[in-house]
Write a protein that binds this ligand. Structure first.
Ligand SMILES: N[C@@H](CCC[C@H](N)C(=O)O)C(=O)O
Length: 279
């Protein structure tokens, strides 16, 4: 049996373990098992809280399909909530080591709710860093065909691999059909997260994300940051944007070259997981 806690950030949900409790297991297999919505606890991803030599604490992140991702925006807010709840770090500002570098998080409680403002770092546009199978300085507003539609796609690395597609009307768009197809386009050797965006005005957008390794989610933090980076770069929004996601609202602000994401997280459950994996 291993102890777990479950958190969500706007409906993007995660099982969180301590490294000492799970280090003997294969993380990819463990993630597939615990995240399964019928045979496991059920979640979009699994987080392991580990020791860091360069930050206060280290976040290890796996998607529900067992693939590892360098960063997770909603996940890192839940992670900071967990480390505060469990007194692993007892200060409001936390430096979290991730595969995407050190992420600085400012935690606070407002109206009894936990919030985190996260410095998500800077976007990277060069295709070899996204990564993409072609070599270009950037890949912005390029045609991509999926089934019956041709979209304009813009790709970037924003803590992890993202593609952004701005559409006129997101309401009736089949996110699952087009998202899953574009995720697996050969342009992306490691696949891509796909964010569909409708710009309401220069301060408000709607974002729906098909996530690599997890499918359609209620919210994607890195994806919302990637979406605002693109709408800002294309002069469609200002530097501070309210993003409406299926699970709630994120505030994204671009200051100089850094992207800041502010949003809530909630603890949903804690318990013991009956593990079914060979050591
Ligand atoms: N839900 C996340 C992103 C999780 C990782 C992603 N699916 C990937 O494989 O890159 C977020 O909130 O950022």
């Amino acid at each position: 049996m291993i102890k777990f806690e479950k958190y969500h950030g706007l409906g993007n949900d995660f099982i969180i373990f301590l490294e000492d409790d799970v280090k003997k297991y294969n993380y990819s297999e463990l993630a597939k098992q615990v995240c399964h919505r019928n045979f496991g606890i059920g979640a979009d991803g699994m987080i392991v809280v580990a020791k860091s030599t360069i930050g206060d604490v280290r976040m290890i992140f796996f998607n529900a399909d067992g693939s590892e991702a360098p960063m997770c925006g909603n996940g890192v807010r839940c992670f900071s909530h967990y480390v505060r709840n469990n007194n692993i770090v007892s200060k409001d500002i936390i430096n979290v080591e991730t595969l995407a570098g050190i992420i600085k998080i400012e935690t606070s409680i407002r109206n009894n709710k936990f919030f985190a403002k996260v410095n998500m770092g800077s976007p990277i546009f060069t295709t070899k860093n996204i990564p993409m199978s072609i070599d270009k300085e950037d890949y912005i507003l390029q045609d991509i065909t999926s089934f019956d539609k041709t979209f304009k796609i813009s790709s970037l690395f924003m803590g992890t691999t993202h593609s952004v597609i701005i559409v006129d009307n997101i309401e009736n768009l089949d996110i699952i059909k087009y998202g899953s197809d574009i995720e697996n386009n050969p342009l992306f050797p490691k696949k891509t997260n796909v964010n569909f965006v409708e710009v309401i005005d220069n301060k408000n957008i709607i974002v729906k994300t098909w996530e690599r390794g997890a499918g359609f989610t209620y919210a994607c933090g890195t994806g919302t940051c990637a979406s605002v980076v693109m709408t800002h770069k294309l002069n469609k929004t200002e530097n501070k944007v309210t993003a409406q996601l299926p699970g709630g609202i994120l505030i994204i602000e671009i200051i100089d070259k850094s992207v800041f994401m502010t949003g809530p997280s909630e603890k949903i459950a804690e318990g013991q997981y009956f593990i079914n994996l060979a050591k």
